[in-house]
Structures are given as structure tokens and as C-alpha cells.
Ligand binder design. Structure first.
Ligand SMILES: Nc1ncnc2c1ncn2[C@@H]1O[C@H](COP(=O)(O)OP(=O)(O)O)[C@@H](O)[C@H]1O
Ligand SMILES: [Mg+2]
Length: 304
């Protein structure tokens, strides 16, 4: 899937301002950004729910504006907002969605039952959506996105506002889909969600892509792991023999020596040098850089 210079305006406001990115088959791509950044607008353009003012979108090499029916068949969308027909029962919602793709009920009965089972909705098959819990609605959104067995699954904020337990459960489901060979595109404003799940991440802010890289690459290029050696007694200054490791004394705690990036060999050398000077070491800790650090470095603002 490839998005080229996508532009979408609402009146005078530009919601999406020239975004480009590509998602390879089998990728788990994360589209990360604060509320209002333009994620949903981009997703809606990809699935043909929004007219675009500029740019081009391809799915499996076909332009979606000319081959939207084919493109739609290849994509399953779990939208951000619930949009269920409240007069349909859970099982009917899935059959109805299959019908939208030209699939007949008798051809999808087995699949619908399997999805109900997989998402813990079998007992609610004949219930109306109003009778479902929030978590069940989330799971139904996902089941519905999968009913026509799409190759690409797009999830727009699938865990927004859900409790921790359901979030972890949904994460496991998404990982399983990825293992089954689906290509997954997920939007989120939860940094830790993108970090936990996605192999590649695009960070969007105010309609522009401010970073587009592998998760590892983002962490490597924009944030550093830090290592701390905690001493038994405070120091006045970093020991001179550690100067070539660019050791710094923590300004808030003179027992703490901080280092950026030490190899295991350098660490044992540093510990040996401290031991030789009779400086007692109490603990060694590594703080792994997180995507939060990257996000702050790139956008200069906080998100969750
Ligand atoms: N139908 C609409 N009419 C006018 N403005 C809209 C509409 N939909 C979205 N916007 C605006 O476009 C921007 C991007 O919104 P959206 O794509 O929903 O962001 P996100 O999904 O990242 O939270 C926001 O400023 C939002 O207010
Ligand atoms: Mg959104």
C-alpha cells in the first residue's frame, strides 16, 4: 500500500498536508500522532470514505480512485467510532458486512461462526449492539473488519478508551493476525502501543509526517539508552579515570554516575577502575530509551 503526497482540506483548514508513506506486505505499520493530527482523515482516504484534494493512493499496485471496489475488497477497516446498525443482531452485522462485499450468507456461515468464537461473541450472537459491553463492541468491530478475509487490516485507534486488560487482549489478537500473514496498519495516540506492536512507525503531527522509520531505527537515531552506576558514597566530581567514558555526575544525586551507551566490555572496565580506586559500587542500572523520548525530541510536545 502506498500513499503519495496526500492532501485533504476541510474548508480553509488542511487536515492532511502532503503525507507519503508505504506499507509492505506483511508489515505491522503504526501511524502515531496526537488527536487531530490527521490519522483518521488519512485512513478514510485510503478506504475511499473521504474525497482527497491531492495525491494518490495505491493498494497492491492499483490506484484506489479507479479500482476502489477491488481495493476495498482487500482491506478490512475497524473504524474509530462505532457505526453499527442498532436494529441488527451481532451475527446479522457480520452477515450484512459480508454481503457488502458480495459474499452470500451460506458461503460465510462457517467464517462468521469462527469469528464469533474467536472474539468471544458466540453467546451474544443474537444480541443487539446496545446489549454489548464496550469491550464486546471493540471486538465486534474487529470481527466485522475480518469477515471478508482481507489481506490488509486497518485499525483506527482500536484501543482508545479501553481498560488495560482489554488492551493487552487486543494487542495479542493483533499480533496473532500479523503471524497469520495479515498486513496491519494501526493508528494510535498511545506511544507505548506503537512501540509494543509496530515494526515501522510514521509519526504525524498537524497533517505532516515528521518521522517515518523502523521502530528500532527511531530509537537508535533519536534517543539513547542511559546507564547509571550507583556508588555507596557521594563524589565531588566524576572520577578522572572515567573521563574517556564521558561519565557525568547526576546533579540531583552525587552517588550516581551516568553514562550514555557503554558496551559490556567498557562497563566491566569502568567497574574495575572504580574498584581499583576503592570506590564502592552499589548498583548498575540501564534505562532503555523509549519512543516517548523520540516523540518529545521530534515534536517537542507531550503525548500519552
Ligand atoms: N468532517 C470534518 N470537517 C471538518 N474538519 C474535520 C473533519 N474531520 C476532521 N476534521 C479536522 O481535521 C483534522 C484531523 O482530524 P482527524 O483526521 O480526525 O485526526 P486524528 O484522527 O489524528 O485525531 C482535525 O483538525 C479535525 O478537526
Ligand atoms: Mg482519529
Amino acid at each position: 500500500m502506498a500513499v503519495h503526497h496526500l492532501v485533504k482540506r476541510y474548508g480553509d483548514a488542511t487536515a492532511v498536508n502532503g503525507i507519503s508513506f508505504a506499507v509492505e506486505r506483511g508489515d505491522f505499520f503504526g501511524f502515531l500522532g496526537p488527536n487531530g493530527a490527521g490519522k483518521t482523515t488519512t485512513i478514510n482516504a485510503i478506504v475511499g470514505l473521504a474525497r482527497v484534494d491531492g495525491g494518490r493512493i495505491e493498494v497492491f499496485g492499483r490506484d484506489v480512485s479507479t479500482a476502489w471496489r477491488k481495493a476495498r475488497r482487500l482491506i478490512g477497516l475497524a473504524p474509530q467510532e462505532y457505526n453499527f446498525d442498532r436494529y441488527l443482531r451481532v451475527r446479522e452485522i457480520l452477515f450484512y458486512q459480508a454481503g457488502y462485499y458480495g459474499l452470500r450468507p451460506r458461503d460465510v456461515t462457517t467464517r462468521v461462526d469462527a469469528l464469533l468464537e474467536r472474539f468471544g461473541l458466540s453467546a451474544k450472537a443474537d444480541a443487539f449492539v446496545a446489549q454489548l459491553s464496550g469491550g464486546m463492541k471493540r471486538r465486534l468491530t474487529l470481527a466485522r473488519a475480518l469477515v471478508h478475509d482481507p489481506q490488509i487490516v486497518i485499525l483506527d485507534e482500536p484501543t482508545a478508551g479501553v481498560d488495560v486488560e482489554l488492551r493487552l487482549e487486543l494487542w495479542e489478537t493483533l499480533r496473532a493476525l500479523r503471524r497469520e500473514g495479515k498486513t496491519i496498519v494501526l493508528t494510535t495516540h498511545y506511544i507505548e502501543e506503537a512501540e509494543a506492536l509496530c515494526e515501522r512507525i510514521g509519526i504525524i503531527e498537524s497533517g505532516r509526517m515528521v518521522a517515518l522509520e523502523t521502530t528500532e531505527g527511531l530509537l537508535r537515531s533519536h534517543a539513547r539508552d542511559e546507564l547509571t552506576i550507583t556508588l555507596a558514597h557521594p563524589l565531588q566530581a566524576p572520577p578522572p579515570m572515567l573521563a574517556h567514558f564521558s561519565a557525568r555526575l547526576d546533579p540531583e544525586n552525587a552517588c550516581r554516575l551516568r553514562f550514555e551507551r557503554l558496551s559490556p566490555l567498557q562497563l566491566s572496565e569502568a567497574l574495575a577502575l572504580l574498584g581499583r580506586e576503592g570506590i564502592d559500587v552499589e548498583a548498575v542500572n540501564t534505562e532503555r530509551a523509549t519512543l516517548q523520548d523520540v516523540f518529545l525530541a521530534l515534536t517537542g510536545r507531550g503525548a500519552r
